[in-house]
Write a protein that binds this ligand. Sequence first.
Ligand code: HPA
Length: 291
Amino acid sequence: MSMPFRTSSMAVPADEPGAHDARLAAEAIRRRAGAEFRVPAVGIVLGSGLGGLAAQVEDAISIPFADVPGFPVATVAGHAGQVILGTLDGVPVAMLAGRLHLYEGHAPALAGYPVRVLHALGAPVYLASNAAGGINRTFAPGDLMLVADHINLMFRNPLHGPVQPGDERFPDMAQPYDPELRARLRSVAGELGIDLKDGVYMGLLGPTYETPAEVRMLEKFGADAVGMSTVPEVVVARAIGMRAVAISLITNKAAGLSAEPLAHDEVLQVGREAADRFQRLVRGFVRTLGA
Ligand code: HPA
């Protein structure tokens, strides 16, 4: 699609699509869905190895990122790069299989852009999922962690630059992860008998995994898990007034906490093993949004 990112003359680099582009993207997606379009109750981004939920969407309409204005093509193995509209247990959802990471070289604003698009489609809630390394020594590979809070150690902020129309200039980050939605996820997990840890997600730029010394530092900083995504997305969600919640799949013990070297294949394999629990949890949560 050759649609320009920006039709106004605002001084924002061409690789940093913003609020206006998100409206164009949402229009393009709605047009593709046609009469089938239903306003999503939640926008969901599927993290590494967690893409299987996309196959459970009913009456699915899949649109490649490349066909959505403002989106580049995703590059990482395990990220298909599709926007999927449809329903989960009768509740309308918009799902992104694939995300835009800073380590791919994307501008911070672009990493948060998919959240703007989900919001422009009408989703009031943003649910992020990600693969993360366990820093909390009680966490084991395969554990699911509800994100209580995050630390932005990416040294980047997606809101840096001219304020976007409709954005808060200085968003309050006292409760980045919505307390009521977190309580819902905990109660759904309890009902389904799914063990759900709770902790602080540390966002790093990547793409290298951490050194053991870095992991010891992150532990002292108060992190329970470490990953390379989600933070820019949740920052954007707060700036545009979207309620956010996030689930981390602990795919490995962070570097130095186990004798095993880290490998992306391992991240994907643990994702496959935990997929069923993750999918049941998310579906249970989505059902509460339809009630
Ligand atoms: N570190 C950073 N990101 C990750 C990890 C990790 O150990 N595992 C999965 N994503």
